[in-house]
Design a protein around this ligand. Sequence first.
Ligand SMILES: C[S@@+](CC[C@H](N)C(=O)[O-])C[C@H]1O[C@@H](n2cnc3c(N)ncnc32)[C@H](O)[C@@H]1O
Length: 278
Amino acid sequence: MAVRKQEVTGGTHTAPKMADLADRHELYEESVQCVEEECEFITHTFQKIRGRVPASLREDFCGTASACCEWVRQSPGHTAIGVDYDSEVLAWGRKNRIERLSEEQQSRIQLIESDVLDVQAKAVDAVGAFNFSYFIFQRREVMLQYFRSVHEALVTDGIFFLDAFGGYEAFEEMKEKTKYDNFTYIWEQASYAPVTGEMTCYIHFKFPDGSKMKRAFEYTWRLWTLPELLEMLTEVGFRNPTVYWEGTDEDGEGDGVFTPDGKGEADAGWIAYLVAEK
Ligand SMILES: C[S@@+](CC[C@H](N)C(=O)[O-])C[C@H]1O[C@@H](n2cnc3c(N)ncnc32)[C@H](O)[C@@H]1O
């Protein structure tokens, strides 16, 4: 997942600083990912649409394969395939996530080191591509190639699950800080080119002792819009591609409940799921 090595600043010559001791994959998972919610959304939505529980998942751009681990924990009938082309992150996931499962659970996960565009794997009930990883495909014909390959990788009643982000702040060059117990997560939208749609983003981490892990992760993406994505999903043969929009609580904050929505709202920043049926 990382395209950069850990770049640590603020350390002294003597005692290691918090940034030296921290693990960027652990920090990433704590601040960015919620695999329980992803798996719950896939299961609940699939069941509602198809009337059965999905058993097999392919997690594309799997990184540390945490969603695969969460998936196989659900029942002895659940299987998962994780696909990522970065051997470093796969090795980290194997050692720090998969090996913590029981042997029986481990036997139901297959990790494949491959570009998702080329991967050869068994057909599955659901394919998930989360945290916007597929925005790496900047050209329309490459995105179509990816969507087409996912369509082929699904069983006859399979479903493709993705997420997307947007809102008017998504087009800004900005930094946003979020405080966690032992670190601050910094999301930087470093550049955005309106003509191509290309954006470069970084994740940095800052620690209470003043040390920093700069550019722990870097992403060069095209900021796709929902209508473009829905049109491409339709074009490759998905039926009824639908955006699931997040509801709000009494304070107007996102409530984590996503429901089908044909319009959405002109929020400053939103995250939504896309659900596309084979
Ligand atoms: C943003 S991280 C996503 C990690 C995790 N799945 C999540 O939801 O947070 C993107 C991951 O996609 C992988 N990746 C990027 N392009 C890829 C491709 N074409 N094929 C396979 N993996 C790719 C990177 O190595 C990285 O681990």
